[in-house]
Ligand binder design. Structure first.
Ligand SMILES: O=C(O)C(=O)C[C@]1(C(=O)O)C=C[C@@H](O)C=C1
Length: 448
């Protein structure tokens, strides 16, 4: 029997129970399409979500009649589409297995709070979840500026469950509802569009350096930095159960993770091809879903648990004190305070004058304000400055934006005065956020 994986967007919060579903045509008007999976919660009024099953075996499912058994409950009528039609499968999943979609009709008059427990499709067990990108009706709670009383904060991160960014979201906001996003840009937009309350994004790593993409996105979007978390990153080498290091021909992971483990991989004799993918846990998921035996992933031990992989080596980062710094982003800034250590992040373009950068840095030094980070990025809108100040012709200079983090709150007059002085030497200045510093002690992992 081909194994199926149920996928779902967990948009719905109440529950209902169904006993079995047989295929038929989908002509009814009140489709209660809901995104769900094992023990999902749905609200009867949600009409635009749906169930999706991902094939765990290669190839397409065979045709024939389908029986979906779920726990018994109050759903009065339901229908599924035929699963045999190829048009029925999502074609947007290039290189990935097709999705089968089942729509359920819910009858009016059902209570709001019901639960669906999917168990089998034609006897195959449903396992993991994946978000479906289907429209969901807006509700009042989507539009409320703060999470409703009793509901958890939705925190967008880039990657899939098991990614370090998910762990950082949990460290920043314990008990939050992590919202996985396929790209950094999507995490920014999820907050801007009120689909999430916060985003948690990596900005720098102690071994790999800055994550430039996020610096560029900080400028392009209007979100505010409201906090930071530093996460010790302990990488593991994951492979399918039964696979040994000697069988590996490739190691895949997020480019930062590959960079952080470069020397250790060589020391382990793994002089095999490295391939970059979107996130560490996504690498593990890809290997597990496709049952690939000649490839390992660099990811967390939690990713090994989630995707059923074996840990071949633990703590494979090149330095036991490997730490990634994440920032928390929100639509509104927080009010800066002076009763605890604060950091402020700014971005500016300096004036075209000799020594302007020196004068900018001196504005902090004279006030005893410690700088913790300076990063320069090309000014994409104005990448070159061409000046005619030589006897031999025109000179070309690259134009940069500078990102600075300094240890002071914007409520501190020293910081206010420093920025006032900065304005004399800058053509552009923006405060990205003033936020409490992460002062939690970091735990080093034992050397490999
Ligand atoms: O791929 C992940 O798991 C991530 O959360 C991303 C990320 C990064 O962008 O730096 C986060 C922490 C580690 O440094 C490696 C990768």
């Amino acid at each position: 029997m081909e194994a199926l994986e149920s996928s779902c967007a967990s948009m719905c919060r109440s529950s209902c129970s169904i006993s079995s579903i047989s295929p038929s045509s989908s002509s009814a008007s009140s489709w209660a399409a809901f995104s769900s999976a094992s023990s999902a919660q749905i609200r009867a009024s949600h009409l635009h979500t749906c169930l999706a099953f991902k094939w765990a075996a290669s190839g397409r499912p065979s045709s024939g009649s389908w029986q979906i058994s779920v726990s018994s409950g109050q759903m009065q009528s339901f229908q599924s589409r035929s699963l045999s039609s190829s048009a029925f499968f999502s074609h947007r999943r290039r290189g990935r297995r097709p999705l089968a979609i089942v729509l359920f009709q819910m009858s009016a008059g059902q209570g709001n709070e019901q639960s669906v427990d999917l168990v089998h499709v034609n006897g195959a067990t449903l396992t993991s979840l994946e978000a479906m990108n289907l429209p969901k009706p807006l509700s009042i709670s989507d539009l409320s500026p703060a999470p409703l009383h009793g509901s958890s904060l939705r925190v967008a991160y880039q990657g899939v469950p098991g990614a370090y960014s998910e762990a950082a979201a949990g460290k920043a906001y314990p008990n939050c509802e992590p919202v996985p996003c396929d790209q950094f840009e999507a995490a920014f937009q999820a907050v801007e569009l009120w689909l999430a309350d916060r985003a948690v994004l990596p900005v720098e790593n102690s071994l790999g350096g800055s994550i430039h993409r996020n610096y560029d996105l900080l400028l392009r979007h209007r979100l505010h930095i409201v906090g930071e978390v530093q996460l010790p990153v302990h990488h593991c080498l994951l492979a399918m159960p039964g696979v040994s290091k000697a069988e590996l021909k490739r190691v895949i992971s997020h480019p930062q993770a590959l960079a952080q483990c470069e020397h250790t991989l060589t020391r382990l004799g793994l002089n095999v091809a490295r391939e970059a993918v979107d996130d560490t846990a996504g690498a593990a998921q890809f290997i597990a879903e496709n049952n690939i035996h000649d490839t390992a992933a660099i990811a967390s031990s939690r990713a090994a648990d989630i995707y059923g992989m074996n840990i071949l080596a633990e703590g494979i980062q090149d330095d036991s004190g490997n730490v990634t710094r994440f920032v928390m982003l929100a639509r509104e800034p927080i009010i800066p305070r002076v009763d605890r250590p604060f950091k402020t992040s700014i971005v500016f373009a300096n004036e075209e004058a000799t020594g302007s950068l020196f004068k900018i840095l001196a504005a902090f030094a004279f006030r005893d304000i410690n700088l913790t980070k300076i990063e320069s990025r090309p000014q994409r809108k104005k990448p070159l400055r061409i000046v005619d100040d030589t006897n031999n012709g025109k000179a070309k200079y690259f134009e940069y934006l500078f990102y600075i983090d300094f240890e002071a709150s914007m409520a501190d007059p020293r910081a206010q005065n420093a920025l006032a002085e900065l304005q004399e030497f800058t053509s552009f200045l923006r405060v990205l956020g003033s936020y409490p510093m992460d002062m939690t002690p970091l735990v080093r992992s034992p050397p490999l």
